[in-house]
Write a protein that binds this ligand. Structure first.
Ligand SMILES: *Cc1c(COP(=O)(O)O)cnc(C)c1O
Length: 410
């Protein structure tokens, strides 16, 4: 009796982890009370050994799930050979990866960095330098309401959501915001002072809102007419998730940007971001004007090459599994009056509710399903590309049970 009481007072590993963080880690995140230990395929396990089906995959990063055998092998092998070189020297994988990206993107040159926001910063420097070559007045950037481009100062300057910006004003001058998919507003905002137009083809953090092809074509036309750079931020919607390599390839015919930035899934969890540009945009950055100590290291680049090899054969299945998932969610939606639109492309899916979704996310976690809530009322799903239809069924089944507990607004 006495012994078990003592044992009960002993904090668990999870409790110790949370306690340490509370005391020593900057309190900028509102984490869910879940301490993860390992993962395999589409499942992760917590420190108590409980299993969770993961439909958010590290915010769209773990594209091949956890411990994918080919990714694990390449990381092991490269870790024993060469992890980092800096960009003072060459290594064999950066040029090969850039060549591969040129082939699949239709653009020409790549700069490698470590994150989405760092890629956006580089693209902003490209925009500024491109504009300045023509006129000191040409520095405006037209961006969209409800967009998200990262957390650094440049990136929040063009992020169209006051909650990310308010505490850090004043920000970069020259940012102009227009509503998405409004061609008139875009036409009115872009002029000879515009150096760049920045668009997320599918707004991710903003609640899974896709652009129309006509809108993207309009942006292309305006950028060309005013000699501004058209930049697509594919950090969340790119690199396979929509069922094409990049979301702009969903349009027929393809609407090519001058610059594309991407990151999240690019190296399956090893930090890697990129700016891929055509020659016109790339010419804005000359030797010495930009750089990154870690960017494009041998480990990250080799993993990305392996990932792209695997992805090539997967693209059609991402489209079909995405369609299946949305169909299952739409079917389920009929039974719940508080579910609105289900939208997305490929395995980037959002489900809009008329009730807050925070509690649903917590309840789903307790039921063994990891999902995410964005914009307070949109359930966001970014499952690993390797998810099976059976696992989709399992996820929908769990979600249904969780949603039964929701009390409609009132
Ligand atoms: C996540 C995200 C970013 C920022 O990426 P980080 O790697 O977190 O810096 C930028 N743009 C979009 C569209 C994103 O989804």
């Amino acid at each position: 009796m006495f012994e078990s009481e003592v044992a009960a007072q002993e904090p668990t590993l999870a409790e110790r982890v949370k306690e340490l963080e509370k005391k020593y880690v900057l309190q900028n995140y509102a984490r869910l009370p879940l301490v993860l230990e390992r993962g395999r395929g589409c499942y992760v396990y917590d420190t108590a050994g409980r299993r969770y089906l993961d439909l958010i995959s590290g915010i769209g990063v773990n594209a091949l799930g956890y411990a994918h055998p080919r990714i694990t092998r390449v990381i092991r092998e490269q870790a024993g050979r060469l992890v980092h070189t800096s960009n003072l020297y060459y290594h064999e994988y950066q040029g090969r990866l850039a060549e591969r990206l040129a082939k699949i993107s239709g653009l020409e040159r790549t700069f490698f960095c470590n994150s989405g926001t760092e890629a956006v910063e580089g693209a902003l420097k490209m925009i500024r330098s491109h504009g300045r070559r023509m006129s000191a007045e040409k520095y405006e950037v037209v961006a969209l309401d409800n967009s998200f481009h990262g957390r650094t100062l440049g990136a929040i300057s063009i992020t169209g959501q006051p909650k990310y910006r308010a505490d850090f004003e004043p920000l970069l001058p020259g940012a102009k915001f227009v509503p998405a998919n409004d061609m008139m507003a875009l036409e009115q905002a872009v002029n000879e002072k515009t150096a760049g137009i920045v668009i997320e083809w599918i707004q991710g953090e903003g609640g899974i809102h896709p652009m129309t092809a006509e809108y993207a074509r309009k942006a292309r036309e305006l950028a060309t007419r005013h000699d501004a750079l058209l930049v697509f931020d594919e950090t969340q919607c790119g690199v396979g998730r929509p069922g094409t390599y990049f979301a702009y390839q969903l349009a027929d015919p393809v609407v090519l940007p001058d610059v594309m930035v991407a990151a999240k899934p690019l190296a399956c969890g090893i930090p890697l971001g990129m700016i891929v540009a055509n020659e016109r945009a790339a010419a804005a950055i000359r030797p010495g004007m930009h750089g990154s100590t870690y960017g494009g290291g041998p480990l990250a680049c080799r993993v990305a090459l392996e990932f792209l090899d695997i992805l090539e054969e997967m693209l059609p299945s991402i489209r079909s599994k995405g369609a299946y998932f949305r169909m299952r969610l739409q079917e389920m939606a009929k039974h719940f009056p508080f579910i609105g639109e289900v939208r997305g492309e490929g395995l980037m899916v959002g489900m809009e509710l008329s009730v807050p979704c925070k509690q649903i996310v917590t309840d789903a976690m307790e039921a063994g399903l990891l999902i995410n809530c964005t914009h307070d009322v949109v359930l966001r799903f970014l499952p690993p590309y390797i998810i099976s239809e059976k696992q989709i069924d399992q996820a929908v089944g769990t979600l249904k049970k969780v949603l039964k507990k929701v009390k409609p607004a009132g």
